[in-house]
Design a binder for this molecule. Sequence first.
Ligand SMILES: [Zn+2]
Ligand SMILES: [Zn+2]
Length: 152
Amino acid sequence: MNKMVMKVTMVVLILLSLGLAYAIYHQLTKSAVIQSVDEIVLKCANPNCDYEKGITREEFRIWVRRDFEKFMQANPSRRLTEEQKQELLLRDLGSKRTGLGLTCPECGQETVFKAIQCEKCRKIFFPGAKKGAVYDKCPECGFSKIEQKKNK
Ligand SMILES: [Zn+2]
Ligand SMILES: [Zn+2]
């Protein structure tokens, strides 16, 4: 091998290992999304956006309230009873089931929904990601807290 080829090979190898290191770092920092059980995991459903975050219930409440105001302004003709309002605030907004997403701080689309973080492999996914299985079954490693509890 001549010197030039050696040099190019070295550079390529260094770049590859840097890329690998970055990928590992990215994975590690990502997997630390949830700090405590009291947090809610959010994920953006926009395939071009990788927003994922664990926030406290209080932060989530504030966020939902803010988006609720926007929702009401966008639907001025919609008359809601007090009960429906509470339901929107507590259950429906940010739920994949209703499709009423919260506004994503990264891509700006209304596609942020509550998600689940796998206890085993730390993957973040939407409930029911695995078809025909319990809603909390991880599409990555197959772990399910519900199933684990049942089998005990
Ligand atoms: Zn997004
Ligand atoms: Zn998993």
